[in-house]
Write a protein that binds this ligand. Sequence first.
Ligand SMILES: Cc1cc2nc3c(=O)[nH]c(=O)nc-3n(C[C@H](O)[C@H](O)[C@H](O)COP(=O)(O)O)c2cc1C
Length: 326
Amino acid sequence: MSFETRTTEMLGIEHPIVQGGMQSVGYAELASAVSNAGGLGILTALTQPTPEALRAEIERCRAMTDKPFGVNLTVFPTINAPDYKAYAQAIIDGGVKIVETAGTQAVREIWEMLKPHGVTILHKCTAVRHALSAERAGCDIISIDGFECAGHPGEDDIPGLILIPAAADKVKIPMLASGGFGDGRGLAAALALGAEGINMGTRFCATVEAPIHENFKRQMVELDERGTNLIFRTMHNTARVAKNVVSDEVVAIERAGGAKFEDIQHLVAGKRGKAGLDSGDVNAGIWTAGQVMGLIRDIPTCKDLVERIVREAEETIRGRLAKAVA
Ligand SMILES: Cc1cc2nc3c(=O)[nH]c(=O)nc-3n(C[C@H](O)[C@H](O)[C@H](O)COP(=O)(O)O)c2cc1C
């Protein structure tokens, strides 16, 4: 029972299931668990305070799995930017051969650094035009992230049901479908829409190995498909986060009109969200999650989750779909 696609071949993985980079979650515990389950686990570079800490985290992950894993490097539109190139150098020095990138145009400099080292670049984006320009620039795989996704869905508001086949019609390199995937029906649908695998964020947060407080995992089971808020809409830097008292307040301030970043800064501060993640207070700050919470009903191990998704996808295709063909 397995799916073989260009992505499984290029990434050297058993199942076409990738765990997207996740700030404050993408540590070695989760990445190695996903890789050991036959998917692709990904460490998040900027979750480490320094490039040196990232080097150590790469070593830690390598000690926890002998399977391939990747590192995410996200280039944010921010004034006090971290030293992205130093993080990229740590990835190269650490011998990591798969990198997931995301973010602003400045990411191109990172691609140029990585490519001579034979790194497979998996670029995550939210628009067909961005996927095509990443393909032209020599990226190897596209993760196309629909409006359903946790984090930054872009400003076009195109859901996966349209975005994935629209991209598949134009992009020639392999694509992973991202945003809203959490079960085998989703994997079967992604393959039907022209993708060659799925990328999941939120679903992997609600697993035994995700290194976050149990309260957040339980909240992901509790919340349904209406359990997210879109913040920073008025600032054209939309982020999909879990619905809670803090994100409700941000939305209310933005809806009132004329809000500047300074008006909401105290609510959205990263420190506040991180303190909540550590203490287990789901209302302490904002935290990232997607609409797929409507499909999350348990907290399995990564191995059980990956195996279940593959089994369900196969049953869907060989059973229900095959039977429906007259
Ligand atoms: C807690 C959390 C943190 C995230 N942080 C990042 C990040 O730092 N960089 C990035 O490219 N994507 C980030 N994402 C997005 C995921 O990599 C992935 O694209 C997204 O979760 C897919 O949508 P889904 O949650 O519906 O599966 C994050 C997602 C979550 C849930």
